[in-house]
Every structure is written in C-alpha cells, then in structure tokens.
Design a binder for this molecule. Structure first.
Ligand code: PEP
Ligand code: MG
Length: 591
C-alpha cells in the first residue's frame, strides 16, 4: 500500500542505536497488528475465504456480547454505537471486496481485509461531514477487532507475521517485544515514544540494529509500504529520500566503512591509555547467544548479564536447571574472563507476563529487582543456586540490582550463605570465594557507599537508573529526556563519591549503564577514577578506540573541571570537545 507522504519528508527523534538502514516501512497498527502480505497457493484460497468469514462471525459474537454488557451498565445510547459496528460487519460491498482480493490477488485474509477497510476509511475521512467522519473511526475500531481475530492477537503484538525485511514503526515497543525481533527481518525501528536508556533502546544496541525513539506521531503518519531511510546516528527518519539524500548517505557510508576498518584493528588490542593505564572493558549481555559478539569485539568478559530476559517471553519461570545451563554456557565460553551475573531485575519496564503482577502506579519506584526477589525467596533461591553452581565452571561473579540500603544487601547475602550450605550438603561444587558486588543505581546507595563497600567485593554503577532516580526524570519518557542529563553535577558527584568510597575500602568500581558505551563520556569516567566499563558489544570498539588515545592525566583534568562546574551543558560541551580532539575519526559521520 502506498503511504500518505509523497515527497521527501524528515522526521526527528532521539537517536538510540547507531547505524543507517533503508527499506520498506512496516507500521504496527494500533500497536497491535503486523499486516504483511502472504502469497496464497490457488488451492488455499477457499480455506482463506472461510477463515475470513469465520472471523466475521466471531467478531459479531464478541460485539453482541460487549453490547449486552454495556446495555446492562450504561444507557442505550452507548449500546447503540455497536449497532453501527454490526451493520458495517454485514456490509456486502466491503465483504465482496475482501473476498475478491483474496481470490484474485491470492492474498491472505488479514492483508485483504486491512486493504479494503483502509480504502473505505480513507473515503469516509475525506468527506466534510462530521457524522461520516465518526463512521471512519467506527470502521477503524471494527477493523482492529476483525484483525485481532484473524491474527489471533490476544494482548501482545505478534511479530511472527513479519516475513520480509522492514523498518518497524510503532507507537511503542516493549522490551519483551524488542527481545523477540529477528535481526534478519527488522532492519531498524522507530517509535513515537521512549528514551535513550529505556530497555527497548538498550536491546536495540545489543542487537546492533539502528533505532530512533521519541519521533512523536510517526506511527500515525507513515503507512506500511512507505520507503524510508533511518539514521540511528542522528535520530532522523527520511521518508521517500531523494537521490541527493541517498547520495549523501552513500558518502557517509564510505566514511563509516573506513572508521570500521580502524575499529576492527583495535578489537583485539588491550584497552590501555597512552600513559599505560589498563581499563577493564567488558560487555553487557542478555542471553547466551550474545557470547559470540562478546568474543568478536574482544571484551574481557561480561560486566553485566541482564538475567531478566530469561524470565520474559515464556509461560513459566525458568527452573534452576535451565538457568544453570545458560549461566554455565556463558561462563565456560568466556573462561578465564569474569562473567558478572546480575540477579533478577524484573519490574520497571521489564515484566514477565506469566507472573501476572498487579499494575503499579510507579513501577520504577515499586516492586522491582532485589525487592521483588527478597519477597519471593523460592524463586530467588533457584537463581542463586544456579549462579553458584555455574561458578564451578568459569570465572563467575554476581551482583544485586537496586540495592537501596545495607539491610537488603545483608538479607541477600544471608540467602546466598544458605544456598551455599545446601550445595555443600548436597556435594554440588561451586566457587567458595565467588565475588559478590552491589549495583549503585539508587542515590541512597551512592550516599552510603562507604558502608556498602565493606560488605562487597566490587561496585557497578547503574547510571541508567542512577540518573533517573537522582534527577526524577523517567528514563523511558521522551517528554523529560531534556532533564535526563548524565553530566549533571549531581550525577558526577555521586559517581565520584562511589569511586572514592570503593577505593578507600580496597574494592574496584565499574560502570555498566549506557554512559559506559558512549565514547564522548569515556575520558570523563576514566578521569573520575572508574576501573571498569561495561557496554553493549557493538559499542565497545569505539570506547576502546578512544581509551587508547587518551592520557589519564588529561582525563583527570577534564574530571576536575567537570566537578567544579555547575552546568551540565558546559560539562557536556567540554566532553564533546575533548573527545573530538582525542579521536576525531569517531565523529565524522555524526552531525
Ligand atoms: C542501569 O540502571 O544503569 C543498569 C545497568 O541496569 P538496567 O539498565 O538494566 O536497569
Ligand atoms: Mg538499573
């Protein structure tokens, strides 16, 4: 279907995952349906028509049922609305048109119905008559219901129907949906809402597909079949790009190819500054399949294994045995490098639908991560035992997310001791000296880092959350993204406080939030005294590239300047200037 946009049109959003791609747009309608055309064999046409007719019967039953319930609780006026829906459902002209598309074009029923009803909707919307315009809205609503039945959509969007390479356009994309994306078919994605550190954005970087979020109303303006170019460096989506635009992007691709060459050269060289300071560079992963990328980018192990992705997109909790198998695979594949397994961090924007948790008013401030695990000791125990058992197979470390105070740390450690005692009694091997760390991602934890440091072997700063909680700016909300500033003096002071407390107590400190993967901020973090950086495998090359060109003394001067400054924008500008001077090649393809 051709889109509404005729000439070249540029949409702007927030760039969240680097890269450029171009191709056909696939709009996830009403954030529910993927309508893709499938070619039917001649022998299947009759069955497809039947499937379409059954979906109409099913829709009629559902509407009648809703109408009955509505008429019990509301006035008959509200219930009458459904009469209009039922009439439309019997509209022979529409039905015949759909059957014609199925039989003559050999197209699948959902595509045929969507095409025919879209034509109707466009006609109704074009009329200067309030009443008829409302009928367009009714028909859109009805179309959604019929498509739900044809595609057997319940709540979640079914991405199985994507069958050719596309740029996905959607109002939103939940982390669980993003985790299901097939890189071979989804070239990139753009959403109306979202922030740079929402977990969907993090997953896009992990999958290494270009992505733009916060593009406002793009999902309403584009249509399936439009042709677009998505620029994940600069946060733009260009629909119907002109030859001139394509030529300019061709030039950028050449610059990028030569940068890639330089980046490949550093992949298996050490992350060491010009004046000889080694920086431990590790990778963030979501499952065992990411190990390949960790090795390819020469990371020295895993600094953050987000285990919650083993818990979502499935119909029950993973057992101890299933978890053990995954942790064991990762640990032994990366041996002797360390693998830091983070205990379950469900909640916030990551949910396991099978757990059926009640909705919360403020999920990021609610029953999340270590709070949730401590309240579910049986579930937590299975994970702790699986991690402990995997520690016999490689260099496993473990850390707790969302520690807000000493109590939580003590409770979690006590549970670990209990699990160790069980395993000893069962003669099951594990590393007795397994190192345990705490994430510092709540301001209270940074403020009491001195006490926490005495109870753990390392800290890992979760800047994604530390920033949102310190600045009270939701990390997933594009409307407050201007407030979400990593270089805010409050953030830098909390990082410095954490580093000082760690070092004073003889432990090391890493950063595993998204700032660790931004080469603009690498010198600042080194200057603040951070020992380890952990980021998505695909961004590690750039981070290493700049580390190898930095002098630690100069990085410390930059950090001293930043700690003395009162202005986030001034600090950020200085970081950009420093990074551009240190590693100009990294910035040639960025605006
Ligand atoms: C963080 O908060 O910085 C972090 C690494 O954890 P997550 O992004 O999974 O919340
Ligand atoms: Mg976090």
């Amino acid at each position: 279907m051709s889109g509404q946009v005729k000439g070249e049109k540029v949409y702007r959003g927030i760039p969240v995952s680097a890269g450029v791609c171009r191709g056909k747009v696939l709009v996830l309608h009403q954030a529910r349906h993927v309508i893709a055309r499938r070619e039917l064999a001649a022998a299947d046409v009759d069955a497809e028509v039947k499937r379409f007719e059954q979906s109409l019967v099913r829709t009629r039953q559902q509407i009648t049922e809703v109408q009955r319930r509505v008429s019990e609780t509301m006035s008959s006026n509200e219930a009458d609305i459904f009469d209009a829906h039922l009439l439309m459902l019997e509209d022979r002209v529409l039905i015949e048109e759909v059957i014609k598309i199925i039989s003559e074009q050999k197209a699948n029923a959902d595509f045929a119905f969507h095409t025919a009803s879209d034509r109707y909707i466009a006609v109704l919307e074009a009329v200067e008559d309030e009443y008829l315009r409302e009928r367009a809205a009714d028909l859109r609503d009805l179309t959604g219901r019929v498509l739900d039945n044809l595609l057997e959509v319940k709540d979640a969007l079914d991405l199985k129907h994507i069958n050719e390479p596309c740029i996905l356009v959607s109002h939103d994309l939940s982390p669980s949906m993003t985790a299901q994306l097939d890189k071979k078919l989804v070239l990139g994605f753009v959403t109306d809402i979202g922030g740079k550190t929402s977990h969907s954005a993090i997953l896009a970087r992990s999958l290494d597909i270009p992505a733009v979020v916060g593009a406002l109303t793009i999902s309403e303006e584009l249509e399936t079949g439009d042709y677009a170019l998505l620029d994940g460096y600069n946060g733009t989506v260009i629909v119907n790009p002109t030859d001139q635009t394509l030529f300019e992007y061709g030039q950028l691709a050449k610059i990028k190819a030569s940068l890639d060459e330089k980046l490949r050269e550093v992949q298996h060289q050490p992350a060491v500054t010009l004046d000889g300071r080694n920086v431990h560079l590790s990778a963030n992963i979501e499952d065992q399949h990411d190990v390949e990328a960790v090795l390819a980018h020469g990371a020295e192990g895993v600094g953050l294994f987000r285990t919650e992705f083993l818990f979502i997109n499935r119909d029950r909790l993973p057992t101890e045995e299933e978890q053990y198998e995954v942790y064991r695979q990762v640990a032994s594949a990366l041996k002797p490098h360390p693998v830091i397994i983070r205990t379950l961090d469900l909640g916030g924007d990551k949910f396991a639908s099978h757990l059926q948790l009640a909705q919360e008013m403020n999920p990021f401030l609610g029953w999340r991560a270590i709070r949730f695990c401590l309240a579910q000791p049986e579930m937590f125990r299975a994970q702790l035992r699986a991690i402990l058992r995997a520690s016999a197979e490689g260099n496993v470390r473990m850390m707790y997310p969302m520690i807000s105070g000493l109590d939580e740390l003590n409770q979690a450690n006590a549970l670990v001791e209990k699990c160790k005692a069980e395993l000893r009694a069962e003669n099951i091997p594990f590393a007795e000296n397994l190192e345990i760390g705490a994430m510092i991602e709540i301001p209270s934890a940074a403020l009491i880092a001195d006490s926490l440091a005495k109870k753990v072997k390392f800290f890992s700063i979760g800047s994604n959350d530390l920033i949102q909680y310190t600045l009270a700016a939701d990390r997933t909300n594009e409307k407050v993204s201007h407030l979400y500033e990593p270089t805010h003096p409050a953030i830098l002071r909390l990082i410095k406080m954490t580093v000082d407390a760690a070092h004073a107590n003889g432990i090391w400190v890493g950063v595993c939030g998204e700032i660790a993967g931004d080469p603009v901020l690498t010198p600042l973090l080194l200057g603040l005294g951070v020992d380890e950086l952990s980021a998505a495998p695909a961004v590690l090359d750039e981070v290493k590239y700049i580390i190898r060109r930095v002098k630690l003394d100069e990085a410390r001067e930059l950090a001293a300047f930043a700690l003395a400054s009162e202005s986030p924008t001034e600090i950020f500008a200085r970081c950009v200037e420093f990074a551009r001077q240190t590693a100009p090649s990294l910035f040639e393809n960025k605006a």
